[in-house]
Each structure stands twice: as structure tokens, then as C-alpha cells.
Design a protein around this ligand. Structure first.
Ligand SMILES: O=C(O)CCC(=O)C(=O)O
Length: 226
């Protein structure tokens, strides 16, 4: 909605809601501003992403300061995006590596279907059930107000949990091979999410979590009249 930003400038704030076709293909998780779309990729496309990206990505095992010690992250990560895109979390700037070709293609496909242009992806690699990601929200300043996030899962099924920040029970969703999860609006402000570890025998899984970083967020707030 346009508003007068002062000095006669009219500013447009971009708000998001999923396109009707995507919303129809998706499943309501009972959490506002979150949509789960099973089978977004065909099994064949999802298999190819799993194999190609496991082989080609520049995997890092990050270390985070916690309680005065450096803790090794229980997963591997890699990050790619458009030139100049940077994402800061846990106190570290991660400048995007040049898109790997299969990830660039996936970014274009996801941006089109979701109706929101993404310029950055954090790829998480869970090697087995011991690898996990703890409770957090993707609410860093680099993502701007009300971030839109789109996560593609490939590989073994894993449970994804969300819980209200204000307290209350968590919901569990099994993220299938080739699925898409979209979170937008106040979902990061009002909820935390995690990918818990499991004692079940599970194989490798990758999640591609697409984001729009500050460089594009700033582009999206455009003076249309001065
Ligand atoms: O692996 C997943 O599905 C969760 C990823 C996630 O929460 C994140 O990258 O912030």
C-alpha cells in the first residue's frame, strides 16, 4: 500500500500472499502464513538435486560461539546467491557464492511459483538422524520486515516443528522428498521452528531455504514519486 514517506516521496511497501494456484496445491498446517506443498518437484527432479548438490556444493561445518565455547554445528551448510548478496546470522556475514547451475534453476522455479523473487539460498545438509537444526526464527535484519522464506526438501523425510513464541504446543509436519514449505508475514515474528534429530535410521536430506536479502529488500522499497 502506498504512503507518503515525507518530503513528498511516495513509498511502496511490498506485502506477500501466495498465488492462488500454489495455495490450492498446498496444505494448511494450522499455522497462519505458512503453506506446505508436497510434490513441488517430481521425484526425478528431487533425486537429481540431491545427487548433484551433494557432489558439487562447497560444504562447511560451521562453529558458533555458545556459553563461552565454540560449538560445531550438527549439519553441513553451503550458501549461494546473486552477486553481492550477503546474509548475516549468529554474528557472521555469509557472502553468497556464485549460484551452482542446478540451484540457480531451482531459485528461478521457486521464485516464479511462489511469486516472490529470491536472491539467496542457505543449503542445509543433514547426513543422518544425528544432524539437526535447533529452535530459531529467520528474523535477521538482512531479511527485512516480515520475511518470505521458501524451503525445498530433498532426500529422507524429516519432521519439521513450529511453536508459538508466546508459548503453546508445537506442530509437527513431515517434509517429504521434493516438497516446498513457504513461510511469510508474521511467521518469523510469532513462531520458532526447528528440524529435530531422530533415532530413526534416516539417510541424507538437503533443504534449500530461499531468502531475499537486504540488497533486494531495499530495492523493493522504491520511491515512485519525489
Ligand atoms: O532443514 C529445514 O527444513 C529447516 C531449515 C531452516 O529452518 C533454516 O534454514 O532456517
Amino acid at each position: 500500500m502506498p504512503f507518503d514517506g515525507g518530503c513528498g516521496a511516495i513509498i511502496t511497501i511490498m506485502t506477500y500472499s501466495p498465488p492462488t494456484g500454489l495455495a490450492r496445491a498446498g496444505r494448511d498446517l494450522g499455522i497462519t502464513e505458512t503453506l506446505y506443498v508436497p510434490g513441488f518437484l517430481t521425484p526425478r527432479q528431487a533425486d537429481a538435486m540431491l545427487d548433484e548438490v551433494i557432489d558439487a556444493a562447497n560444504w562447511q561445518q560451521e562453529r558458533f560461539p555458545m556459553f563461552g565455547r565454540l560449538v560445531v554445528a550438527p549439519r553441513l551448510t553451503a550458501w549461494y546467491g546473486e552477486p553481492g548478496a550477503t546474509y548475516r546470522y549468529s554474528g557472521v556475514d555469509r557472502r553468497a557464492g556464485t549460484w551452482l547451475p542446478p540451484i540457480r534453476g531451482l531459485a528461478a522455479e521457486v521464485s516464479k511459483a511462489v511469486g516472490w523473487r529470491f536472491n539467496y539460498v542457505l543449503v542445509n545438509r543433514y547426513r543422518d538422524g544425528r544432524d539437526m537444526l535447533g529452535w530459531h526464527a529467520d528474523d535477521e535484519a538482512d531479511l527485512g520486515e516480515a520475511p518470505v522464506l521458501a524451503a525445498i526438501s530433498v532426500g529422507s523425510e524429516r519432521v519439521f516443528r513450529m511453536r508459538p513464541r508466546g508459548g503453546g504446543a508445537s506442530t509437527a509436519t513431515v517434509l517429504g522428498h521434493g516438497s516446498l514449505l513457504v513461510m511469510w508475514g508474521n511467521s518469523q515474528r510469532d513462531y520458532k521452528h526447528c528440524l529435530p534429530g531422530t533415532r530413526q535410521p534416516v539417510g541424507e536430506r538437503l533443504s534449500f531455504t530461499f531468502r531475499r536479502t537486504r540488497e533486494m529488500v531495499e530495492d523493493a522499497v522504491q520511491p515512485v514519486r519525489t
